[in-house]
Design a protein around this ligand. Sequence first.
Ligand SMILES: Cc1cc2nc3c(=O)[nH]c(=O)nc-3n(C[C@H](O)[C@H](O)[C@H](O)COP(=O)(O)OP(=O)(O)OC[C@H]3O[C@@H](n4cnc5c(N)ncnc54)[C@H](O)[C@@H]3O)c2cc1C
Length: 236
Amino acid sequence: MNVLIVHAHPEPNSFTAALRDQAVETLKTQGHEVQVSDLYAMNWNPVASANDFSARENPDYLVYALEQRLGVKKQALAADIQQELDKLLWADLLILNFPIFWFSAPAILKGWIDRVLVSGICYGGKRFYDQGGLSGKKALVTVTLGGREHMFGEGAIHGPLQDMLRPILRGTLAYVGCEVLEPFVAWHVPYITDEARADFLRSYQQRLIHIADDQPIVFPCLSQFDEALYPLAGNR
Ligand SMILES: Cc1cc2nc3c(=O)[nH]c(=O)nc-3n(C[C@H](O)[C@H](O)[C@H](O)COP(=O)(O)OP(=O)(O)OC[C@H]3O[C@@H](n4cnc5c(N)ncnc54)[C@H](O)[C@@H]3O)c2cc1C
């Protein structure tokens, strides 16, 4: 299996980086090919702009997704986007590895999503969810956070973790067609002992060794909806 790890943490020696390294080592040992995009180390530009296209359909008014489609057709995407897109299309498994910032991903990773998941390849028209352009690929979100496990869930102070991660799990990864696996979560990371952190690294290693057995989270299929995307009877 080809695996792309997109890593977003500003500190090279962070615990989140240790999870990345654990993944690289474990997956390679299992015989998988692994590439890493270390966004801070790459000085990744997260800002979607007109500079992302060397040729434009409409030079007077920027409709970003339309220009992405033309950029795909005319090979007019900026080089940094094209390089990441090539890695993404090569991958069978995409791992997003990051610390939770404000119930979400660090801006640098959000900008990778904005610029690399291009319309025309990853989605477009009615190509989303099970019909998405990346269908056939798997995706895993690996996160560290400050909060404790009991703070997440139905009735818990922050609500369910999947609600917090919904824009990434559903609005991004499932939307473009990936089979989205249950996130791997390291809780309360800065406040626990080294040994407790080492336990998270060991659990992650075991999770990755058995990743092929993981069952994806269930999301809608377009076949459950009519042409106008109203739910068909029986799916309401
Ligand atoms: C802007 C911002 C917004 C945030 N928003 C939220 C939020 O909404 N919800 C939330 O819960 N949290 C939030 N946080 C907290 C953040 O998610 C956590 O601080 C972060 O995930 C901790 O992971 P880390 O990799 O940064 O840990 P680090 O601080 O890098 O590491 C923690 C400790 O682990 C040690 N360590 C490093 N490598 C290893 C290793 N191999 N083995 C054992 N120990 C090791 C380090 O030396 C350090 O002592 C936010 C933080 C910021 C900065």
